[in-house]
Design a protein around this ligand. Structure first.
Ligand code: GLC
Ligand code: CA
Length: 552
């Protein structure tokens, strides 16, 4: 069998609201994506993952879907979506949509019917439970957006479960009708030409129906890897993914390198790839009462060891999805690098170590020009997660004060990645003629696509070159992997080997010069890519955030 197309592909994620606005209402749209296809083609990417564009009240920016078969008028029409798919295909760009099937919007017809009574067709489409004798919620499960995961419904006189906002009720996958409705929706989009799916929190779809309390109230440990998860995913594979040859990448917050193969081993026929969260937690104080807002300094040896263990564990047992950024993550150069003095170097250093690995790289819009986190005031943010968590940790639980919370927001909040795309230095960054739905990063007159592409130090050109390497060099997709100097606090160095070739991927993740360690010192060969124009061969020392790949 020929190799799966997505193994040599580089993906680009679009967050449509913030990408490109063509009808000047301040909100990015489908025609805005179409207009930028030539730009994306120049970058060299092979496929787009488009965050949700379906009909939605936008409580969670589209991750609350009211109708899976309808494009939200805010983004355009169904016909415009079909045209986008067709035009992308003409340019040999595949389209992957976002599958949000752990929950719907409370404005979805299914939920509106379900809440009416206990005995209509949709009654069991969601997870309904009676109150405890004292009227309280069935258990102490928490919502990811703060507070309880249960909300009381007056009309039905029961609680319903929602792992996210109360406007995002969780679907009941135990009900075969729910699964059939979902599979049918997937076939519908297949018939329109969609090539695959990014699957939103797909590892949450099965719930422990005994509803046991969590060890700590309002935490979310219960949310992942429920008892029938593999069974449901396998069924979806058999019903849709396999027969219709649709590619899949599942969001899998709890997967570890040791058990990831259970989801992605081709023999098991579940998913093609998963997005792990493990490597993104290397700046988190584990087990802290303030959850993901409790930060510490990024631990480079830990980052290396996690990435390395995924490389090794999934070798011949699955395929990695590689990323540092997406719409739920901060800009990596602001979070773990230096986005001021060494912005170009940090951006390209992170890109080098990620794109040098085995797997399929995902680039998030703006990452390819080194966009940075904004530092807004608390009131200027939009994200429901941020607001809900502020209420919970600062106002209710009082385990953080506002300043500490805001400092964490500046580092890791999801809104960091959601400011409008910076195309040029004109008003509103060329994103829109109108005031955008969310504030622009004030640095857009300096950091934007147009400036970057003109610059000698162009992040865009560096990504272009990396993507070209991936397309041309089998060693990147096929080669073995070996991590060198795992304990080193500043250097990230690894070796790839394939068919008689040896490559070293080398990066300095510190702001000071570093000596090149003995094993790689003095090697000569061909530099495949570098972010320091002076670099000729492997010798001497590495400049701050210097990175390169050398074939020896
Ligand atoms: C996923 C999405 C995130 C969303 C959540 C609920 O984590 O990536 O943006 O808020 O699921 O759908
Ligand atoms: Ca618009």
């Amino acid at each position: 069998m020929s190799q799966a197309w997505w193994k040599k592909a580089v993906f680009y994620q679009i967050y449509p609201k913030s990408f490109n606005d063509t009808n000047n209402d301040g909100i990015g749209d489908l025609n805005g994506i179409r207009e930028k296809l030539p730009y994306l083609k120049e970058l060299g990417i092979d496929a787009l993952w488009i965050s949700p564009v379906y009909l939605s009240p936008q409580v969670d920016n589209g991750y609350d879907i009211a109708d899976y078969r309808q494009i939200d008028p805010m983004f355009g029409t169904n016909q415009e979506m079909y045209d986008l798919i067709e035009e992308a295909h003409e340019q040999e760009i595949k389209i992957v949509m976002d599958f949000v099937a752990n929950h719907t919007s409370d404005e979805c017809l299914w939920f509106k019917e379900s809440r009416k009574s206990k005995d209509n067709f949709f009654s069991d489409f969601y997870i309904w439970e009676d109150a405890k004798a004292d009227g309280s919620a069935p258990n102490n499960w928490g919502s990811s957006f703060g507070g309880s995961a249960w909300s009381w419904d007056d009309s039905r006189q029961q609680y319903y479960l929602h792992y996210y906002a109360k406007e995002q009720p969780d679907l009941n996958w135990e009900n075969p009708m729910v699964r059939e409705y979902i599979y049918d929706m997937m076939r519908f989009w297949k018939s329109k030409g969609v090539d695959g799916w990014r699957m939103d929190v797909v590892t949450s779809i099965s719930k422990d129906l005994a509803f046991p309390d969590n060890p700590r109230a309002f935490t979310t440990e219960n949310q992942q890897n429920g008892p029938r998860m593999h069974e449901f995913i396998h069924e979806m594979n058999q019903e849709v993914l396999k027969p219709f040859e649709m590619m899949s990448v599942g969001e899998s917050p709890a997967a570890k390198s040791s058990d990831a193969h259970l989801l992605v081993d081709p023999k098991r026929e579940e998913l093609d790839m998963i997005f792990t969260f493990e490597h993104m937690h290397v700046d988190r104080k584990k087990g802290d009462v303030n959850g993901r807002w409790a930060l510490k300094k990024m631990d480079l040896p830990q980052l290396k060891s996690i990435l390395a263990s995924w490389q090794i564990e999934l070798r011949d047992k699955g395929w990695n999805a590689l990323y540092f950024e997406n719409h739920d993550r901060a800009r990596v150069i602001s979070r773990w690098g230096n986005d001021q003095k060494f912005r170009y170097q940090t951006a390209t250093a992170f890109a080098t170590v990620l794109h040098g690995l085995q797997g399929t790289p995902f680039v998030f819009q703006g990452e390819e020009i080194g966009m940075t986190n904004p530092k807004f005031e608390l009131e200027e943010y939009e994200d429901i997660e941020l607001r809900g968590n502020y209420q919970f940790y600062v106002e209710q639980q009082k385990t953080m004060n506002k300043e500490v919370f805001l400092a964490a927001v500046h580092k890791i909040s999801r809104d960091n990645a959601r400011t409008p795309m910076q195309w040029d230095a004109s008003e509103n960054a060329g994103f829109s003629q109108a005031d955008p739905w969310f504030k622009l990063n004030p640095n857009y007159p300096e950091i934007n696509v147009e400036n970057d592409r003109k610059s000698e130090q162009s992040v865009f050109k560096y990504y272009q070159a990396l993507i070209e390497l991936r397309h041309n060099e089998a060693i990147l997709t096929e080669g073995s992997f070996e991590l060198l100097y795992p304990e080193d606090e500043a250097l990230f160095i690894y070796k790839r080997q394939y068919a008689g070739k040896t490559w070293y991927v080398v990066a300095n993740f510190s702001e000071t010069k570093q000596e090149i360690p003995s094993e790689v010192n003095g090697l000569t060969g061909k530099i495949m890519i570098k972010n320091n124009l002076q670099r000729a061969e492997l010798s001497n020392s590495l400049a701050p955030y210097e990175a390169f790949i050398i074939e020896v």
